[in-house]
Unconditional design. Structure first.
Length: 282
């Protein structure tokens, strides 16, 4: 082996050692950063901050979506009444467009401003098809949009329009009543989700009270495995927080058929968890 080959081999060996050294430093550095991040995530301040952020986001959104759902249900109910009044006006001899205008003079609660905009378009000469399309966009309700689409498809059925509108109004009123009955009948299932969540919290609290915290570790399934009290507290908190999120969304899906309706339930469960954490965990 020549001198040049020996020097080249030494350089290659040194380069490999340098690369291994750099890799170890990077590994130890990333591990240290991971441990720092884990320590922050498992700290009491971060845990409570995360719970507070979830509550601060879900509570106003939950109230907003709940009010919107109630308003939409009221508008669906009043729209069925409006269809009955339009049918009555047609039966009284009013032309179709005039019947839509005359029927809007009643009391329709939150639907009244939408009907005023609809009638103003009709009085300005906008075709009934286009005015109904604008009304459908303003209502933003699945059942009301279905009713309006049915009316648009059967506008040429003028002699029998009053009968069709009566049947359509009856169908929409029954749909609203079924929705209200569903919310009433599934309320017990929502209560069960709350009971499941509270039972989980009570189990955590009982475990913390029963387990001797005078020792540095909590024994697990075997003598060799153990869990520090601080890690047990953090794991319990994050599991309970995930329970509050998913059980809240599940309660909304069960009660109203939409996960967004469960944001208010999620906020309530998260607030209960924060209070519970102050009492038992922190």
């Amino acid at each position: 082996m020549t001198c040049l080959q020996i020097k080249a081999e030494r350089k290659a060996r040194k380069r490999r050692k340098d690369l291994v050294k750099i890799g170890r430093q990077a590994l130890y550095g990333s591990e240290a950063k991971f441990n720092e991040m884990l320590a922050v995530v498992l700290s009491e301040n971060f845990e409570l901050l995360l719970g507070a952020v979830i509550f601060a986001i879900s509570f106003p959104l939950g109230v907003l979506f709940t009010l919107m759902d109630r308003k939409r249900m009221l508008m669906d109910f009043y729209f069925s009444t409006y269809l009955f009044n339009v049918a009555r006006a047609i039966r009284g001899g009013s032309p179709l467009v005039k019947a839509f205008v005359v029927a809007s003079e009643g009391e329709y609660g939150p639907l009244k401003p939408v009907l005023k905009a609809f009638v103003s378009r009709l009085t300005l000469g906008v075709p009934l098809q286009h005015a109904l399309s604008s009304l459908s966009s303003a209502l933003k309700s699945r059942i009301s949009n279905y009713s309006i689409a049915s009316i648009k498809d059967l506008l040429n059925l003028t002699p029998e329009m009053h009968t069709f509108l009566d049947e359509l109004g009856t169908f929409q009123a029954q749909y609203v009543e079924l929705q209200r009955r569903r919310e009433s009948e599934t309320r017990i299932h929502v209560i069960i989700t709350y009971v499941a969540f509270f039972t989980f919290l009570l189990a955590i609290g009982a475990t913390i009270k029963i387990t001797p915290y005078t020792t540095s570790t909590i024994p697990l399934f075997s003598e060799k495995s153990s869990l520090s009290p601080s890690l047990f507290r953090s794991v319990s908190y994050y599991v309970a927080l995930s329970e509050s999120v998913f059980l809240g969304l599940l309660a909304g899906e069960i009660n109203k058929g939409k996960a967004t309706s469960g944001l208010l339930h999620m906020a309530v469960m998260t607030l209960v968890l924060i209070v519970f954490s102050y009492m038992f965990l922190f």
